[in-house]
Write a protein that binds this ligand. Structure first.
Ligand SMILES: *Cc1c(COP(=O)(O)O)cnc(C)c1O
Length: 377
């Protein structure tokens, strides 16, 4: 079955014989026991709920994982994931991560004794040089946020292969529709389901998708014990969102390709970062490991004044955080997603007061270009 079809028909609901086309929302916190020491398979919703289970089976199938765990947000998923590690463990992380992940690593994981070391994971020799006997994981976000840098997942895997090091990749930007990191060697895939998977800017969710049963079991224990599980209703919204994933990803990417080229031709635009441009330094790696480029663009303009002018004058495109929904959104990483990143680190990575990030939605391309054009005037 192709992925487009699997998004809709991949998992059959087992729990009802009514013929209902959509999996029901089991809006219950607990389940009655049929007898002493007996269970229907469901006891308490934090442990498992049929609606969430249905969603988890869909995600496991789409990513090619052994299982999947649905969380109440992407950060809840990553925070729970960090519970796999113990004080003293070293984690190498991409140096261009989602701002919330940096905040978690620097302010919480570090306090808990994890030794987080940032490295340019696009540079394999830098990864090689940073590995130590205490390295327990390499945490990769690709394409990265907001600079759209690409890490070669299979190449990182072969660097660490054979050692007891987990390769973790955040697949939020491409989703399994365009990239399946487990096939490239990842041990655990993380997601903010708030973004493309949900797809409608109407709910939050997160996922961990482990490649094998042992990891699934360890993470399931952490999931039910720490408790940031996705609610039945939000699970339903995710199931519904994923049904149109293929269509949305295709349309948004088509718009992004057009917009990236249009931006390149504007005299107030000084740089365009989009992984689908022929001039992107890693286009060959993207072609090798992904079937698409996604629809995230960042671009620099000639002055901070121009950046602010655009933010204040877009009418259709919304000046709002987040990404991956049907509505196009524009953000100012400096003041929003990356406000907590230390200035030095931010500037080193090119996150200046002239950089804007665009999450391209599924509106008509002419309206998107028209809106940006008038906002740039
Ligand atoms: C949004 C995002 C997260 C965090 O997810 P939330 O659902 O907002 O908690 C993590 N990684 C990436 C790449 C993201 O874009």
């Amino acid at each position: 079955m192709k992925l487009d079809t699997a998004c809709i028909h991949g998992v059959k609901d087992r729990t009802h014989g009514t013929g209902a086309v959509c999996a029901p929302i089991y809006q219950t916190s607990t389940f009655a026991h049929p007898g002493v020491a007996q269970s229907t398979g469901y006891d308490y919703t934090r442990q498992q709920n049929p609606t969430r289970e249905h969603l988890e089976r869909i995600m496991a199938q789409l990513e090619g994982g052994a299982g999947a765990l649905a969380f109440s947000s992407g950060m809840a998923a990553i925070a729970t994931l960090m519970e796999l590690f113990s004080p003293g463990d070293q984690i190498l992380a991409s140096d261009d991560l989602y701002g919330g992940t940096i905040r978690l690593f620097d302010r919480i994981s570090s306090k808990n004794g994890l030794d987080i070391r940032y490295v340019d994971t696009c540079d394999l020799s830098a990864v090689q040089a940073a590995l130590t006997p205490l390295t327990k994981a390499v945490y990769v976000e690709t394409p990265s946020n907001p600079m759209m840098r690409v890490t070669d997942i299979a190449a990182v895997k072969s660097l660490i292969g054979g050692r007891d090091i987990l390769l973790i990749t955040d697949n939020t930007f491409l989703t399994p529709y365009y990239c399946r990191p487990i096939e490239l060697g990842a041990d655990i895939v993380t997601h903010s389901g708030t973004k493309y998977l949900g797809g409608h800017n109407d709910t939050m969710a997160g996922f961990l998708v482990p490649a094998d049963d042992a990891l699934t079991e360890r993470l399931r224990f952490l999931h039910k014990t720490t408790g940031a599980c996705l609610s039945p209703f939000d699970s339903f919204l995710l199931i519904r969102g994923i049904k149109t994933l293929a269509l949305r990803m295709e349309r948004a990417q088509q718009n992004a390709q057009r917009l990236a080229h249009w931006l390149l031709a504007q005299n107030k635009v000084t740089a365009v970062h989009y992984v689908g441009l022929e001039t992107h330094p890693s286009i060959q790696i993207s072609r090798k490991q992904a079937s698409g480029f996604g629809s995230m663009i960042s671009f620099a303009v000639d002055s901070p004044e121009t950046a602010c002018h655009i933010l204040e004058n877009v009418k259709l495109i919304l000046y709002a955080e987040s990404l991956g929904g049907v509505e196009s959104l524009i953000t100012y990483p400096l003041l929003q997603t990356h406000a907590d990143v230390p200035e030095e680190q931010r500037l080193e990575r090119g996150i200046t007061d002239r950089l804007l990030r665009l999450s391209v939605g599924i509106e008509h391309i002419d309206d998107l270009i028209g809106d940006l054009a008038q906002a740039m005037e």
